[in-house]
Design a protein around this ligand. Structure first.
Ligand code: HAM
Length: 433
């Protein structure tokens, strides 16, 4: 036995093994196809950025910046951070490459994000987000388009029991007057606030609305609502969004306490929640962030977007059993005995796979019997066999591996064909199913 202690992955950072990762590839492909349909283009940014990109945009007082970032000095002494989200990076890239200059952009991205949170189901330290960001529209119609695209995505993936929650954080004057009213109210009940909320009362009072503390929650039941403080324009925008959603037949609920965990939002914010899933029930969240481009040194550019947690989405889909259980089986398992036969088998595999047929070829030693056992285990549809005599005559034997197929198609029983006719024999059988 080896004396070396095996090294494990970092806490909260998970491997995605083949039994699960094939679901990921499928989900990512469906999402990418939908984004493409709606005219969204793909962007990839580095996973590391200069630290102040995040502190300047997400907000110094947020949990993400104040306690969750993976920040370190690199060998030059520069402070770098593993990205905790994708929005700030998109804005940085857009400014750097002139994407916002007299242009509108519909963008999407996917990749790992990093937050030093306490790991639990649905909450990890490395997690994948798929996000969409749009730039250059201050109209509400684009918000409805993004939400409609998400709805289509959930429908196509088959995700059930999720509900859209929306809120408006208003423009700056709306938020300023609401903040004052909220602080007045909460200051009268300081004795019922926990330590976190007391601190936020001076640093970031709106975040208190997010508190999970039961006592604070019950205090908030009688707190003023942001919706009563919206300016005329912000209220009109919120109404307009709802009219679009109703027209699109998208069910939603208004949650006036929805503030989101990042400081950059104005007007519309939204989250999609699956209450069956447990504590980390938000599958995606987003909103409008018209101030960020200017804040990071670009010219004023309206912006809207969302981030969706892929672990949560895929775990939800697996729990709801809407994804196929197994890794798909091969179409063909290729059995071959002897050096000459193996060389021919490799050539046949190359030929069939070029036609899109999924072929698993036995490798290494193994008697005919042993290889057939593996063929059965692979759950392949067809078995192709090149024994020594077939190899001599450039032939291959073709047959259904599963009895039910053999019984269903007696005319397509075991057959020995020339290897250069194998493609035809294989496709005829696969098409018959
Ligand atoms: P966020 O709400 O911080 O927003 O994250 C978006 C989604 O990422 C969450 O709803 C959740 O599904 C997933 N997520 C967040 N943290 C974790 C974690 N530790 N483990 C697993 N999944 C997680 C943003 O990041 C914004 N950038 C969204 C946005 C884009 N707003 C405008 N544009």
């Amino acid at each position: 036995m080896s004396k070396v202690t095996p090294i494990k992955s970092v806490k909260g950072m998970n491997d995605l093994l083949p039994d699960v990762s094939h679901h990921w590839l499928k989900v990512e492909a469906i999402c990418a196809a939908i984004y493409d349909r709606f005219g969204y283009r793909h962007i990839r940014t580095p996973i590391m950025e200069n630290t102040h990109l995040f502190s300047r945009s997400i907000g110094e007082e947020t949990d993400i910046v104040s306690k969750e970032m993976y920040t370190f000095e690199d060998r030059n002494g520069d402070s770098l951070t593993l990205r905790p989200e994708g929005t700030a990076s998109c804005v940085r890239a857009g400014i750097q490459h002139g994407l916002f200059y007299n242009q509108q952009q519909r963008l999407w991205y996917t990749g790992p994000m990093f937050r030093h949170e306490r790991p639990q189901k649905g909450r990890y330290r490395q997690f994948y987000q798929m996000g969409v960001e749009v730039y250059g529209w201050d109209s509400v119609d684009i918000e409805a388009e993004v939400i409609s695209m998400l709805q289509q995505l959930f429908e196509e993936l088959g995700l059930k029991n999720t509900l859209l929650y929306i809120n408006s954080l208003g423009d700056k004057p709306s938020r300023d007057s609401y903040r004052a009213a909220l602080v007045d109210y909460l200051s009268e009940h300081k004795d019922r606030l926990d330590e976190d909320s007391l601190r936020r009362l001076t640093t970031n009072p709106l975040r208190i609305l997010d508190s999970k503390n039961a006592e604070v929650q019950s205090l908030l039941d009688s707190a003023p609502s942001i919706l009563d403080f919206l300016s005329e324009e912000s209220a009109r925008r919120f109404e307009e969004l709802q009219t679009y959603l109703q027209g699109l037949d998208i069910k939603y609920e208004i949650n006036p306490r929805l503030v989101r965990g990042l400081d950059y939002y104005n007007d519309t914010v939204f989250e999609w929640i699956n209450h069956d899933y447990g504590a980390q029930s938000t599958v995606c969240g987003g909103g409008r962030y018209d101030g960020m481009v200017e804040q990071l040194g670009g010219q004023t550019t309206p912006a809207f977007g969302f981030g969706m947690g892929l672990e949560r989405l895929i775990e939800m889909l697996m729990e709801q059993a809407v994804l196929p259980e197994k890794v798909p089986s091969p179409d063909v398992f290729l059995v071959s005995v002897g050096e000459q036969a193996r060389a021919q088998a490799l050539q046949l595999q190359s030929l069939l796979t070029k036609q899109g047929i999924r072929v698993q070829c036995h490798m290494g030693q193994g008697s005919m019997k042993n290889q057939f056992k593996r063929a059965d285990k692979s759950n392949a549809t067809l078995g192709l066999v090149i024994g020594e005599s077939e190899a001599e005559n450039a032939q291959v034997s073709v047959k259904f591996l599963r009895r039910e197929h053999a019984e269903q198609f007696p005319d397509l029983g075991q057959e020995i064909v020339l290897q250069n006719e194998a493609l035809n024999a294989v496709t005829t059988r696969l098409k018959s199913l």
